[in-house]
Design a protein around this ligand. Sequence first.
Ligand SMILES: O=C(O)C1=N[C@H](C(=O)O)C[C@H](O)C1
Length: 300
Amino acid sequence: MNQHIPLTGIFVPLVTPFAADGTIARPALEALAHSLLDEGVAGLAALGTTAEAAALDEAERRTVVGVVAAVCRGRGATLLVGTGGAGTRGTVEALLALGKSTPEAAAAMVTVPAFSRPGEAGVVAHFRRLAEASPVPLVVYHIPYRTGQPLSAAALLELAAVPGIAGVKYAVGGIDQDTVELLGSAPAGFAVLAGDDAFLSPLLALGAAGGILASAHLATARFVELAAAWQAGEAARARDLGHQLAALAKAAFAGPNPTVIKAVLHAQGRIPTPDVRLPLLPAGPVETAVALAGTDRLTR
Ligand SMILES: O=C(O)C1=N[C@H](C(=O)O)C[C@H](O)C1
């Protein structure tokens, strides 16, 4: 098992930039990764939802991980890699392959099995099996509005006690009793990372270790500043900045992720096209202009 690296701060799940011919724009991906690290993020996540991982073929996924891993290696940054699928056996195989190909990955981000709705006990058994077999620590990616599988605080705390499970990317679309219970009872060393951009600030206020956030492609240094402000207990400053960044996140998610973010990155000249792959459709001009203006307000 990999050295257990503390997962704190802001992580950006990178978009996959495409060239005009539809291939992966490797130089743009590399430059984007460097620019985010220059702005102070703790690390990068390859092959998140934001990367359109489901629309990439196996060779393209290898390319993305290779580029992002090389940047993280060179910069001493923490690397997370989205891995696995809805089945336990296939996910074990994917984790073993990740351990071989990318042993420096600090953790594999593994989604709660989608679509089969196995129930809480099934989810816990799934992750126990993965953690036993995996050469890489796991971050449970809990996003019930995508997977269809809710989890109580009790189930998440059961997962938190499993050796080899380093944290949870928490994206339940709100804050409720389970959220408060989870953050109040999570063991030391288990990282609760915000995965819903609009709820980053309140989750940090409740004690989250950081966040994995697509909208942190934009106004990156301000997201880093927000995490640092909550860490330092500067509540007034953090609260104000948190509200501004929540507004930016709302604009960045006005279309399906990552359509608006790609459009803004393209408008900023940071990626060669705003292109996304079907079934996603490109962001419209209005959403793009609103998110671009919001980014400009926070970065000027
Ligand atoms: O790719 C990710 O990781 C993220 N995906 C979420 C989603 O698309 O639902 C959003 C979050 O910002 C990061």
